[in-house]
Design a protein around this ligand. Structure first.
Ligand code: PEP
Ligand code: MN
Length: 337
């Protein structure tokens, strides 16, 4: 339910908030440009009781939210959400480039990559310390040591970090090091994990499950926001289709669809979407044209020797080419790189 306030006075808003809490429901106060609204979420069976609050003083109206996701929806919040990760802003007007290896493999590898991508203008350093691998016999990541190396590179080159937490147990340690916590495609519907990162006050990069609909993906964002963390970045990383030429199929339409239904920022991962380094530049351009707020790309100093995802990783010089080629497009879309 959305309670649209007629008054913006803190005491009037606080009064309505208390009445909502008395019903056993959770109020989220959102200060819009024109109005203050209180989004009310909770048990669907008692939510109807909120309709009666329309009779309260200073309440303009009470409306049901039609979409199944509530706090993630544009019905509740009209303005685009801007997420801050360190000094970096993710949202409209800017275009955020997150770059780095699939996995942290060594000190030299992560430092060299960080130095180079920073020099080319990347905003955020990516790199997995805990890796979700299809085979249990594949390299599983450097774990805590990987997080330490990411931190060293982050501090040396002034780049906030995005890295994945795969389990609820990993959340506190990853949160100690990361500026943005990634929830991987395979974990998009791990509701315990979504609730755990929902309790943090840190940006979450929520990758789309490879077999998930846009609605399911937004419902997963709702789990995080409902716990109290509104800082969710949606990441389209390709879905599984019958096509075998590419690893996945980049659902580029998901960008405008999510933006239509939700106020959350959307970034595109052309590396996992295609599985091929030669498609990363064209698909990054497609992401910009579709209205994405950023991209996340895999870059490795020596992709042929990478311990994971070498085939889709850009060489350093190809990343430089990517940055040069996207610059004019980002400008055309009224964003700055
Ligand atoms: C990754 O970013 O390296 C990764 C494993 O991504 P996804 O969860 O999208 O497969
Ligand atoms: Mn990868």
């Amino acid at each position: 339910m959305i309670i649209v306030m007629a008054s913006r006075k803190p005491e009037d808003v606080a009064y309505v908030v208390t009445r909502v809490e008395e019903l056993g429901l959770k109020p989220h106060v959102l200060e819009g440009v024109e109005k203050t609204v209180i989004a009310v979420i909770g048990d669907e069976r008692i939510l109807q009781g909120v309709l009666a609050l329309e009779a309260l003083p200073h309440v303009e109206k009470v409306m049901p939210v039609l979409k199944p996701y509530k706090l993630a929806s544009r019905e509740v919040k009209k303005e685009d959400t801007v997420i801050q990760a360190g000094k970096v802003r993710i949202g409209p007007k800017s275009f955020c480039v997150m770059a780095g290896p699939c996995a942290v493999e060594s000190r030299e590898q992560i430092l060299q990559t960080a130095e180079f991508v920073k020099k080319c203008g990347a905003h955020i350093l990516r790199g997995g310390a805990y890796k979700p691998r299809t085979s249990p016999y594949s390299f599983q990541g450097m774990e805590l040591e990987g997080l330490r190396l990411l931190k060293e590179a982050s501090e040396k080159y002034d780049l906030p970090i995005v890295t994945e937490a795969m389990t609820v147990e990993q959340v506190p340690v990853v949160a100690d090091y990361a500026d943005i916590i990634q929830i991987g495609a395979r974990n998009m519907q791990n509701y315990g994990l979504l609730r755990a990162v929902g309790k943090l006050n840190k940006p979450i990069l929520l990758k789309r499950g490879m077999m998930s609909t846009i609605n399911e993906w937004l419902m997963s964002a709702e789990y995080i926001i409902a716990e109290g963390n509104p800082n969710v970045i949606m990441c389209e990383r390709g879905i599984r289709t019958f096509e075998t030429e590419t690893r996945n199929t980049l659902d580029i339409q998901a960008v405008p669809v999510v933006k239509k239904h939700s106020h959350l920022p959307v970034v595109v991962d052309p590396s996992h979407a295609s599985g091929r380094w030669d498609l990363v530049i064209p698909m990054s351009k497609a992401a910009i044209a579709a209205g994405a707020d950023g991209i996340i790309v895999e870059v490795h100093p020596n992709p042929a020797e990478a311990l994971s995802d070498g085939a889709q990783s850009l060489k350093l010089e190809t990343f430089e080419q990517l940055m040069n080629e996207i610059k004019p497009l980002v400008g055309i879309m009224n964003r700055t790189l």
